[in-house]
Design a protein around this ligand. Structure first.
Ligand SMILES: [Fe+2]
Length: 180
């Protein structure tokens, strides 16, 4: 039996989840869902965050709604922290426990954990920059903020694309066959 395509495992609530994520609401994740669904949910939420930051970056020169900006800034850290907690406390240990898990997988998970640390550090800078933008008005270098938002979103997108391509198939195999 071949592997199931990723999308076939997406929970029916994924569209609603994506809509909620785009709105800036941090949706509650059901802990009884399969790990693959929870991973995919976390990826969708973070991808939506990237899209919102990229949209804001494109519109900085226009009139930006201050409340929207602050709301987006406030949502960044909880979204990342929730995803990182899930991966580091549940997902990564499960993958490391798999029989025959190779050293390169362990190194990969260490690298992903380090990227979480880096992303949270960058997030703090982005949050502060957005607050300064709202409060500082003309004193803020818009071009610099635009680059910072784009670079943060690009780095996060690379991380998410890797997890989608490498971790999600492993989790699906474990759920379907009992091992990766
Ligand atoms: Fe991650």
């Amino acid at each position: 039996m071949g592997l199931r395509p990723f999308r076939s495992t997406a929970p029916s609530g994924c569209v609603a989840l994506a809509v909620a994520a785009h709105s800036g609401v941090v949706p509650a994740i059901c802990r009884t869902e399969p790990l693959s669904s929870r991973l995919e949910n976390q990826l969708i939420i973070q991808e939506a965050l990237c899209a919102r930051l990229e949209t804001l970056a494109d519109r900085l020169a226009l009139a930006v709604d201050a409340q929207h900006c602050l709301h987006l800034a406030r949502s960044i850290y909880p979204i990342l922290r929730r995803a990182h907690d899930f991966e580091e406390r549940e997902l990564f240990p499960l993958l490391r426990r798999q029989k025959g898990a190779r050293a390169d997988l362990s190194l990969t998970l260490d690298k992903l954990k380090f990227e979480h640390f880096e992303d949270e550090g960058s997030a703090e800078e982005v949050i502060q920059a957005l607050i300064d933008f709202v409060c500082g008005g003309a004193a803020v270098d818009v071009e610099s903020l635009r680059r910072r938002l784009q670079e943060f979103a690009q780095a996060l997108r690379r991380h998410l694309a890797f997890e989608r391509a490498v971790l999600l198939p492993r989790v699906l195999r474990i759920e379907e066959y009992g091992h990766a």
